[in-house]
Design a protein around this ligand. Structure first.
Ligand code: KG4
Ligand code: ZN
Length: 339
């Protein structure tokens, strides 16, 4: 079985074809970063308009890359949420319409389930059960994963998501959008010992996160110090250390609470090198393992949507003729797939 996956929930147009037996056959990505850079963040209307322009050409290019025609496909999966409603509706309308025209089932995919399952595309996929730390621009979630769709949310951010905190702090520091990777690069030259930022909500019980205070702490530290290159790098380092440490403390707590030794990290921030190193050290100390997607599949992409869509299609899940778009869609409302 082969499925086409379409991702348009935010500022990346992603398209991929996944084959149940052969794995990923082709994938293409168009990033809108340049389009939004002047505005310092994603402009939803511009994002939607650009998806309108890019999605069909990208689908054609992906089919060509795989050497396939629509008649070789068995389904069309598209991201139905959560995300920006206009952007979602572009992928959903195109995906649903192509499925109708090609007489194929259409599958509405949950974007965060796509992220959660992205490590399954790697050579050594994580076996169930595991704890998943999902860290993207829109969400920070700690999830107990017993099977595909059997998700219990253990904790989430009560304000900014981890990626959002990176981006907003980077903006404060005068870095371009999207600031996360740039802030992380700046932090590499920073000295960890110079500033110590708080580790929010780690001294209280529970698995929720709060990152918005770190932004204010960064602003105050910038105001109280010189603006030379080393100081900027030291501040970036202190911020990154605080986010990474906080995430690691909560992962350790979640693993202990659920008596597990397997951790999956996914979503844009899982590309962060410092976070990976920290969580690898944590899992070594606990005698467990950590799994994550290859860097290009940490951030938004069509491959994860095609993979998640394939699992849902094989489970007999596909939609009626409605175009599905859910800007808010809790991940624990998905159907469990019993193996
Ligand atoms: O998963 P994603 O592509 O989009 C959403 O679903 O939101 O995540 C994008 C987020 C952005 O906030 C970006 O700054 C952050 O992931 N990000 C990083 C890194 N690479 C991407 N944050 C920190 N360090 C990185 N290396
Ligand atoms: Zn995402």
């Amino acid at each position: 079985m082969r499925i086409l996956g379409i991702e348009t929930s935010c500022d990346e147009t992603g398209v991929a074809i996944y084959d149940d037996e052969k794995g990923l056959l082709a994938h293409q990505l168009y990033s809108q970063v340049k389009l939004h850079a002047d505005y310092g963040g994603v402009v939803p209307e511009l994002a939607s308009r650009d998806h309108v322009k890019k999605t069909i050409p990208l689908i054609k290019a992906t089919l060509a890359e795989a050497g396939l025609t629509p008649s070789d496909l068995d389904g069309v999966a598209y991201t139905a949420g959560p995300g920006l409603v206009g952007a979602l509706l572009v992928g959903a309308t195109i995906g649903r319409s192509l499925a109708y025209a090609w007489n194929l089932p259409a599958v509405a995919v949950h974007h965060m389930e796509g992220h959660l399952l992205a490590p399954m595309l790697e050579d050594t996929p994580p076996p169930f059960p595991f704890i998943a730390l999902l860290v993207s621009g829109g969400h920070t979630l700690l999830v107990e994963v017993k099977a595909i769709g059997e998700y219990q949310i253990l904790g989430e951010s009560i304000d900014d998501a981890a990626g959002e905190a990176f981006d907003k702090t980077a903006k404060l520091m005068g870095l371009d959008y999207p600031g996360g990777p740039l802030l992380s690069k700046l932090a590499e030259k920073g000295d960890s010992a110079r500033f110590t930022f708080p580790r929010p909500m780690t001294t209280v019980p529970g698995l929720d996160f709060s990152f918005s205070g770190l932004k204010t702490f960064t602003a105050n530290t910038i105001a109280a110090n010189d603006n030379d290159d080393q100081t900027r790098a030291d501040i970036a380092r202190a911020f990154e250390d605080a986010v990474v440490d906080t995430l690691a403390i909560k992962c350790k707590r979640a693993l202990k609470q659920c008596h597990m030794k397997r951790l999956v990290i996914a979503g844009g921030v899982s590309a962060n090198r410092h976070l990976r190193v920290k969580l690898e050290a944590l899992m070594t100390s606990l005698g467990g393992e950590v799994y994550y997607p290859r860097t290009e599949f940490c951030t938004d992409n069509g491959a994860m949507i095609a993979y998640a869509g394939m699992q849902r299609l094989k489970n007999g899940e596909h939609n009626d003729l409605g175009v599905k778009g859910f800007p808010r869609w809790p991940i624990d409302q998905l159907m469990t797939i019993k193996s």
